[in-house]
Ligand binder design. Structure first.
Ligand code: HEC
Ligand code: HEC
Ligand code: HEC
Ligand code: HEC
Ligand code: HEC
Ligand code: HEC
Length: 358
């Protein structure tokens, strides 16, 4: 170790000791042993800086860091949209975390607890409970992702025991925006009394999301690792980072450009069936309405006649709307789990086609 690094570490150690005293007073882990552990991460030493700085830069480019939904810090939202709420959500997954007064975006200290653990182990380590349909998601480090990227309990909750029918008043009715862990593992969509197969190699990936979304990065820090991105732009061309895929797709994905065509073909076929066939049928049945921008949303607040009481919706009607929303908001166009996504789409369409046309 050269002199400069040594001196840098010493100055750093003194600084860190000062921070310790300042922040933690008598309760902090003070003294030479405490600062020595701090210096495992907080040094000017290039080896350490090389290790963490690139991850910070990647992280700053991710939507977790740049998105603005951390401002949704009210009680029912803070658990998935803020670092502070998420820490409480992990500590007690079945309790709704409180409103966070000074919210910050999902940062290092959401997913990691380096100061408690003295390492970058995940904060959430156990299997993650699903909010809809019971059971858990259990795929190593990606249990962290499933905490937030899963469907929420809809209102009205048509899965509830004894549910027969209810009115529905929100044009945003559904499972909310992040159903990816449900689709990947084949869990939580409405089955119309049957069962759907979820058997697909993508569901057997041991650490789930992490293999594909945190794979080694392509040139530059445009995707992979702590950007959490699979899709990226190379100049003006879209690409798919195939580093996490080639363990299985070695022959059919020779480059990121080819990986894109592979993904696009699968997405295109699925989204066409979802929007051009299923959504059209659900609109004919009066369950969805088409918006001016071409998207569809639930036909909320329907009444029996213009002044009559609200229409009451059955489980299957609400389930059909729920499935349409989840398959769209999964945003992989079936790629997360083609077997399950197609099974859910077909079952929803079969049910819709069996209903009398009004
Ligand atoms: C396992 C690695 C690791 C160890 C060990 C570690 N830290 Fe940190 N520390 C971090 C990371 C990562 C950040 C956040 C960096 C970022 O925001 O990009 C951080 C941030 C901080 C900050 C900035 C304030 C904040 O909350 O963001 C302080 C102060 C700090 N650490 C003090 C300490 C002290 C004191 C110790 C020893 C008791 C220590 N750290 C040990 C990784 C570590
Ligand atoms: C604390 C909750 C939380 C955790 C944990 C979490 N996410 Fe997210 N994720 C979000 C939210 C919220 C957004 C949208 C942020 C915004 O728009 O402000 C998001 C955005 C994303 C996006 C970007 C989507 C886009 O439009 O480009 C990807 C990809 C993603 N997350 C993947 C992951 C993966 C992989 C993991 C696990 C390693 C993970 N997330 C863990 C809440 C979370
Ligand atoms: C169980 C976790 C969870 C809870 C609770 C939650 N969200 Fe989200 N929300 C997410 C995730 C994950 C995303 C990002 C999904 C993606 O990018 O695919 C997201 C995305 C969003 C977006 C961005 C949508 C878009 O189209 O860009 C908004 C706005 C939002 N949430 C608002 C809220 C509000 C308001 C609440 C509380 C009423 C809330 N969320 C509660 C997980 C959650
Ligand atoms: C959304 C969740 C999430 C956030 C936020 C997050 N990480 Fe991570 N981090 C992970 C996951 C998941 C892994 C495990 C990845 C793996 O096994 O490949 C990980 C692994 C790591 C590792 C070990 C990597 C290795 O190659 O040994 C370090 C160091 C790290 N993160 C630092 C950070 C820092 C610094 C920040 C903030 C700038 C941060 N992380 C923010 C999810 C997150
Ligand atoms: C088999 C690889 C694979 C796995 C496993 C995987 N994803 Fe994806 N994911 C993709 C691909 C491919 C896309 C589509 C990218 C595109 O075309 O924009 C995607 C899209 C997304 C998107 C939409 C934003 C974007 O980047 O396009 C989010 C958010 C997301 N995935 C989150 C997750 C989460 C959370 C998990 C774990 C529950 C997960 N994914 C597991 C491959 C994967
Ligand atoms: C664990 C191995 C494994 C990994 C990792 C993996 N795949 Fe796959 N993937 C498969 C297998 C096996 C199939 C099924 C081939 C078939 O359809 O019979 C498949 C099918 C697909 C399909 C076709 C879907 C359809 O049926 O139309 C796409 C697209 C795809 N994978 C994209 C990806 C991408 C992109 C990644 C990386 C981000 C990835 N896969 C990672 C094993 C894997």
């Amino acid at each position: 170790m050269n002199r400069w690094i040594k001196t840098g570490m010493l100055v750093g150690a003194i600084l860190m000791a000062a921070i310790l005293v300042g922040c933690k007073g008598d309760t902090g882990p003070a003294g030479p042993a405490g600062t020595a552990t701090c210096m495992n991460c907080h040094t000017d030493n290039e080896a350490m800086a090389d290790y963490i700085r690139p991850l910070q830069l990647q992280y700053e480019a991710s939507l977790h860091a740049t998105g603005t939904t951390y401002l949704r810090s009210e009680s029912s939202c803070s658990g998935c949209h803020t670092t502070e709420g998420y820490q409480q959500y992990v500590a007690a997954p079945l309790v709704t975390p409180p409103v966070v007064e000074d919210p910050t975006h999902i940062g290092c200290f959401a997913c990691h607890a380096p100061h408690s653990n003295q390492s970058f182990a995940m904060r959430q380590t156990s299997a993650t409970p699903f909010k809809v349909g019971g059971g858990t998601y259990d795929k190593q480090e990606s249990n962290t992702c499933a905490m937030c990227h899963q469907v929420r309990v809809p209102s009205p909750d048509f899965n509830a025991a004894g549910f027969v029918s209810d009115s529905m008043s929100s044009s945003r009715f559904g499972g909310h925006h992040g159903p990816q862990s449900n689709v990947l593992s084949g869990h939580g969509l409405w089955t119309f009394g049957g069962t759907f197969s979820a058997t697909h190699s993508h569901n057997s990936i041991a650490d789930g999301c992490v293999t594909c979304h945190m794979a080694a990065k392509p040139a530059g820090s445009l995707a992979g690792n702590h950007t959490f991105a699979v899709a990226y732009m190379s100049g003006t061309s879209e690409r798919i980072n195939s580093k996490g895929c080639i363990g299985c797709h070695s022959s059919d994905m020779p480059s990121d450009a080819v990986a894109l065509t592979f993904v696009d073909d699968a997405k295109h076929e699925f989204l066409a069936a979802l929007n051009d066939t299923l959504a059209v049928r659900l609109t004919t049945l009066g369950l969805l309405k088409k918006n001016t921008d071409g998207s569809y949303s639930p036909q909320n607040n329907r009444r029996v006649s213009s002044t009559g009481p609200r229409v009451l919706w059955t489980k299957d009607e609400l389930g059909a709307i729920f499935n349409y929303g989840a398959l769209l908001e999964d945003r992989s166009g079936s790629v997360h789990n083609p077997t399950y996504a197609w099974a859910a789409l077909r079952a929803t369409l079969n049910w819709a086609n069996a209903q009398p046309t009004p």
